[in-house]
Design a protein around this ligand. Structure first.
Ligand SMILES: Cc1cc2nc3c(=O)[nH]c(=O)nc-3n(C[C@H](O)[C@H](O)[C@H](O)COP(=O)(O)OP(=O)(O)OC[C@H]3O[C@@H](n4cnc5c(N)ncnc54)[C@H](O)[C@@H]3O)c2cc1C
Length: 494
């Protein structure tokens, strides 16, 4: 396929992975990126000696990363060194009320047992089912292109259908095993932070509990930026060209086919295009109306995963109370979920998350200092202004100080906020979403925006707004499905 040219729009995880997969086939790939560095939502920046990962911080599902690099006869360790976090993460339920989640399954069962008698054994059963779901999903579900439900009519999936709990709400399912509110919030948080209210999410996603509690929480030394750098190095070694500071302006069409992309006053001719930019932006801004898969009302009716208010913070001392990942669940979980997904309002008493990577990695903060990433999930599309950011900054800092009983605020020497308006300006994110589309029962598999343009045979979509969904591992998987489809398309044309 050496004579074929493909343009990939966007250089987040999905764009980088797509570019690598296509270049491996000998295709000439150009990645067009609006920003001045690769990585998309996983970009990083340095300020005053601190190195901040701007987006993802949880490295779950290490098998997906290994599988991705393995496709190129490489290993993760060729690009970065992984460190298993112990504890995996910590949850603060209040002052002097904290659980450290251990990597050891027996130790975790003991913690459960102390909170709810009998729940240790229940956890073992729950995680065995979650493991089953994870394995079936990874083998038979997540790599589906999801054009039609017919793809799911295979014997293994039909046999597994009821055990996968595809139609049962997560919240109902988890309550069959556990009653204690603290255990429920511990098991429901991955669903809430990455997608939707637990009662609107299929119980299939308990596989994320297996990913988080059994496969371990890992950290690439140097930060998440090391994954991005590894993928960029791989892409360049395969001959991928990058055009940076180069916002795509139009996907050009002639005779019912895409002919290329106009970007930065230049025309990039292409035999096919993969758009890994936010789906809504790609269709509503870059494509003429007659070629779009979906209309504006379709998008207005989608349930978006949350946006986020983030603070990147440098502290001039060490904080003894924090682990690498810290969840502040000292307020009502249900109430915050409602405010994100139903009433879509500024949260009254939000839950929040604090990452302290300098706990594990000296390279991300000056000696004796601490690097903090503070994230509060909020409804996508919420009005974002300085007053709101300031209000929550003080609220979160005061709560952190109260719960951890450590002085923090007076030791902050660097702080930058990031919210809805930044997501929109930096990534053309629909309603300033952080994590794309929510993983609801009505937005799963075939019901997600299609990976393929239904009118133009040589236009494909990749990334967190199409299948399989939000998160870094799904972005890598979506890239592999999209490139597989594109390669098949080009082969048919030869
Ligand atoms: C704050 C935050 C925390 C997260 N935490 C985690 C986590 O801990 N673990 C996890 O697994 N996942 C996490 N996620 C989700 C994960 O980061 C994303 O799902 C994933 O990075 C999305 O990759 P993508 O390639 O689909 O999209 P993006 O990274 O958004 O890439 C799209 C790219 O397209 C570019 N683009 C847009 N418009 C144009 C245009 N017109 N022309 C050219 N380029 C354009 C953008 O600049 C961007 O670089 C988090 C996300 C956020 C925002």
């Amino acid at each position: 396929m050496n004579n074929k040219k493909v343009v990939v729009i966007g250089s987040g995880f999905a764009g980088l992975a797509t570019a690598c997969c296509l270049a491996k086939e000998g295709i000439q790939v150009t990645v067009i990126e609006k920003n001045n560095e690769v990585g998309g939502r996983a970009r990083s920046y340095e300020a005053d000696g601190f190195m901040f990962d701007m987006g993802p911080s949880w490295y779950w599902m290490p098998d997906v990363f290994e599988q991705f690099f393995g496709f190129f006869d490489k290993k993760v360790s060729d690009y970065y060194q992984l460190h298993l976090l112990e504890p995996s993460f910590s949850i603060y339920y209040g002052k002097n009320d904290k659980i450290d989640i251990p990597t050891n399954p027996e130790a975790l069962e003991k913690i459960f047992e102390t909170m709810e008698p009998g729940s240790g054994l229940q956890l073992r059963k729950f995680l065995a089912e979650a493991k089953y779901k994870y394995e079936v999903s990874m083998c038979d579900l997540v790599f589906k292109r999801s054009y039609s439900w017919m793809e799911y009519l295979d014997k293994r999936i039909i046999t597994a259908f009821f055990r996968l709990h595809l139609l049962q709400p997560f919240s109902k399912y988890v309550r069959k095993y556990f009653k204690h509110p603290k255990l429920l919030s511990l098991l429901e948080f991955p669903v809430l932070f990455l997608g939707a209210q637990p009662r609107h999410t299929p119980a299939l996603y308990s596989m994320m509990n297996y990913a988080g509690l059994s496969l371990g929480t890992w950290y690439p030394m140097g930060g998440m930026k090391k994954i991005v750098a590894g993928m960029e190095t791989l892409a360049k070694s395969l001959g991928v060209q990058f055009a940076m500071n180069c916002p795509a302006e139009e996907i050009c069409v002639e005779h019912n086919k895409v002919t290329g992309v106009r970007a930065n006053h230049h025309f990039y001719a292409a035999d096919a295009v993969v758009a890994s930019s936010d789906y809504h932006h790609t269709e509503q801004t870059l494509l003429a109306p007659e070629w779009r898969n979906y209309s504006e009302p379709y998008w207005q009716n989608r349930t978006m995963a949350p946006s986020a208010l983030i603070f990147y913070i440098g502290v001039n001392k060490k904080l003894d109370s924090l682990q690498h990942h810290n969840l502040f669940f000292d307020e009502d979980f249900e109430q915050h979920a409602k405010e994100i997904y139903e009433t879509k309002q500024n949260p009254n008493k939000p839950l929040f998350y604090v990452c302290c990577p300098s706990r594990t990695d000296d390279s991300v903060a000056p000696t004796g200092n601490e690097n903090l990433f503070v994230l509060m999930p909020i409804a996508a599309g919420l009005e974002d202004n300085d007053g709101m950011r300031n209000y929550y900054y003080h609220m979160l800092m005061e709560r952190m100080e109260r719960v951890t009983e450590e002085k923090i605020k007076d030791h902050i020497i660097y702080c930058k906020s990031y919210c809805v308006n930044d997501f929109t300006a930096d990534y053309n994110a629909f309603k300033g979403n952080a994590y794309g589309l929510a993983n609801t029962l009505r937005q799963t598999a075939v019901l997600k925006p299609s990976l393929k343009n239904k009118k133009l045979p040589n236009l494909f979509y990749a990334g967190q707004l199409t299948v399989p969904g939000p998160g870094v591992p799904p972005a890598l998987i979506s890239a592999q499905i999209a490139s597989h489809e594109l390669i098949n398309h080009l082969k048919q044309k030869q």
